[in-house]
Design a protein around this ligand. Structure first.
Ligand code: CO8
Length: 259
């Protein structure tokens, strides 16, 4: 059977949309998909016409995890020499524009970790999140053991990692794993509206906010506050910030130079 292209890309206004496209495998993440995803993310990140990026899947699955069929017979040397995980997953961290995951259906294992690597998660009511690697005698190895506790706290994260417990959309919302839950049929529309709104703001300011919030995961409060202050001071070197403040005072819509 002919392999489908593992991702689809399109541009909607100032939003770059990436759709995972391995429906027969519930968008299981293999190297071809992750390479294509990395290339698409970096291409949108470089494109001045794009202000925000959306990653989505199908109504049944955002992604059901790493491709178990591909991995089942790999040896330690295969993954070590092939730079499994690092090669593909570090790319996501290089993206400086806001990235939103629009999740319907299963987000499991690496699929849940991919959503966690995005800046925001919008969930359809059917979204299901789990890190079931323990059932395979594996572990969530694409950031799951690190990002999940930071996102929802150790107690809930341990439960999910050790017992493979699956969270529904409402529970994920309550625990702070997702930003919003919307009806499935409005998932893409509402995510695109949010992405378009974000993309209408000044891009350097968005990038500074993303970097500052991410810094809060990785540094002490004092270091994070200092970093944030530097970013704030840098805003005063930006024409967009002056435009934003003067537009407010003149009661008009700002026209940002860098969008
Ligand atoms: N890998 C490969 N194929 C898969 C995967 C997967 N992760 N998930 C589903 N499929 C395939 C099934 O084999 C099946 O194929 P076929 O029709 O040829 O038999 C097809 O997709 C449909 O799946 P199901 O028939 O199982 O559909 P159900 O609706 O009955 O069940 C589930 C859906 C519950 C999602 C079920 O498919 C399931 O449990 N999938 C596996 C989930 C899982 O264990 N994920 C973790 C994988 S390990 C991992 O992610 C490691 C992360 C660290 C590295 C990340 C790097 C990318």
């Amino acid at each position: 059977m002919k392999e489908l292209h593992p991702i689809l890309t399109e541009v909607r206004g100032r939003v770059g949309v990436i759709t995972l496209n391995r429906p027969g495998q519930l968008n299981a993440l293999n190297d071809a998909l992750m390479d294509a995803l990395g290339d698409a993310l970096l291409a949108f990140d470089r494109d001045d016409a794009i202000g925000a990026i959306v990653i989505t899947g199908s109504p049944k699955a955002f992604a059901a995890g790493a491709d178990i069929a591909a991995m089942a017979d790999w040896s330690y040397m295969d993954v070590y020499q092939g730079d499994f995980i690092t090669r593909n997953w570090e790319t996501i961290r290089r993206v400086r524009k806001p990235v939103i995951a629009a999740v319907a259906g299963f987000a499991m294992g690496g699929g849940c970790e991919l959503a966690l690597a995005c800046d925001l998660i919008i969930a359809g009511e059917s979204a299901r999140f789990a890190l079931p690697e323990i059932k395979l005698a594996m572990l969530p190895g694409a950031g799951g053991t690190q990002r999940l506790p930071r996102a929802i706290g150790k107690a809930k994260a341990m439960d999910m990692c050790l017992s493979a417990r699956m969270l529904g959309a409402d529970e994920a919302d309550r625990y702070g794993l997702v930003s919003r839950v919307v009806p499935d049929e409005q998932l893409l529309e509402q995510t695109l509206a949010l992405a378009a709104k974000i993309a209408s703001y000044s891009l350097p300011a968005l990038m500074a906010i993303k970097e500052s919030v991410n810094r809060s995961w990785e540094s002490s409060l004092t270091e994070g506050i200092l970093y944030e202050r530097r970013e704030l001071h840098a805003r005063f070197a930006s024409q967009d910030a002056h435009e934003g403040m003067h537009a407010f005072l003149s009661k008009r819509t700002p026209v940002f130079e860098h969008r």
